[in-house]
Write a protein that binds this ligand. Sequence first.
Ligand code: ZN
Length: 334
Amino acid sequence: MVDISVSSFWRRPPAVDHLVIGIEIGGHGQRVVVADGSGRIHGQAHAPDGKADALTVVLTVQRLAEQACEQAGVPLRRIEAAGIAFGGPVDPQRGLTLLSHRAPGFEQFPLVALLEERLGLSAVLDNDARTAALGEAAFGAGRGCQNLVYVHLATGVGGGIVVDGRLLYGASNTAGEIGHMVVSTGGPLCSCGKPGHLEAFAAAPAIQARLRERLAESPHDPARGPLGRRPPTLRQIFQAASFSPVADEIVRETVQTLGLAIANLITVLNPEAVIIGGPVAEVGPLLMDPLQARVRQYAYPASLRSVRLTTAELGGDAIILGAVALALAHSGRV
Ligand SMILES: [Zn+2]
């Protein structure tokens, strides 16, 4: 773990001659970039196997790092540090991954020590959602903000919180687990086993599963034809809300639960920005416009005046650029 002041990324001119490596390990496989202090990517490489076991991932990341360096035209020994974003729970202080829901071998796995040995440089680790929050704070929609909340809507729902310029970790590194906020007294069970959590309403697979179940119970809904044959995209579901009562109900439920969670975060944390990222956010105004209305309906008026609700700017690069930001902070280059 590194103590990071986010303002150091945008208050000083970027150190463009200092190169670091950003590493993303998640459901889409492994990605490695070589980037400079301004977040500009000079070389990158990707391997698509998201189910690879922990030791295989270490070897793959080493190979990808060599390829990314070759593309950037710099030897690995010129790289100052590596930042690792992992799609699952981690212990940043001890450099361990704690678990992966996709792949074996990540329980209490010393990812940082093994990659430091393989790459011959110093490394630092965090979970992917908190890393994406740092990416947006350093290089994206959160630039200039000392207080922000980042909500990552993907296969799961995660997040990262910056208060007074610093990322929040908490007593056991679970700060920012926005997906496990309670937004209903009942409803579907969350991946953690508890009822009524945001993730069971707003994660991409949860939205698709709820639509499938309700369509099965509604033989006359007009969305059964267009959305019933194969798993619909999130955009298709949000678009179908204009003509399908079932899709409309699912979208309303998603917006309502997300709106409650964000309103409470705004009230408690008083951020300057709430940034919505991840694949669900790519639906755009069909999600964001009704969400703005819900948040305005529920949040404490004095906190609401100073906050903007916006989509992420870095898209699919938020996590990897957050890993770059972690590495820059770790190497003392910001
Ligand atoms: Zn949960």
